[in-house]
Design a protein around this ligand. Sequence first.
Ligand code: FES
Length: 190
Amino acid sequence: MNPALISEHFFNAKNVGNIADAEAVARAGSVICGATLRFSLSVDESQRITDARFKSAGCSYLIAASSFLTEQVKGKTTAEAAVLGQSPNKSVVEQFDGWPPDRDHCAALACEALVSAVKQYSDSVREEWMGDEALICTCFGVSERTIENEIKAGGLRTISDVTKACNAGAGCRSCYSLIEDILGTVNGES
Ligand code: FES
C-alpha cells in the first residue's frame, strides 16, 4: 500500500464536512456493509468544482477513498469529475498500491456519491437553462439540435453511438434517458 497516500487520507482525512450553499449534495449507501456517505460540491459558473466535501458513517477505506476523491475533483469540471467517478478501480483502487480487493465496494460507494452529486448538479442546470436551444447534456454542453443532427447525419442507433459522435452522455449520464428519447423520435420509434 502507498504509505504516503495512506497517511494522507486514512489518518488525516481531508475535506470532511458539509458545504453551506452547495450546488449539489448527494447521498449513497452500501447494501453490503451499511455504510453511508454524503458528498457536497461547490461549482462555479464555468462548471468547475471549487470545493468538495464529504461526511461518512463507514470504515476507514471509505473515508480514505472519499478524502482522496474530494482532493482529486477540486479544480476539475463536473464532466471530468463524473468521468473519474465512473471508474472506481482506476480512480481510487489503483492509486492506493495494495488496496484490499474486499474493500473495492468502499471505492465504488465513494465514486457513486460523487457521480450522484454531479448528476444532481447537471439536472438542476438543465432545469434552469434559458438558452435558445434545449440543453440535453450539461456535462458537455450538447444541445438537442446537435444530437438530432448527429443522429440523422450518422444514422446513429444507440446512446453509445451518440456519445462517440458528440460526447453527450460521456460524463454523469444523467442525460441518458433524454438521448434515448431523441433517438426514438428521430428514428421513428416513438
Ligand atoms: S449531463 Fe452528464 S453526461 Fe450528459
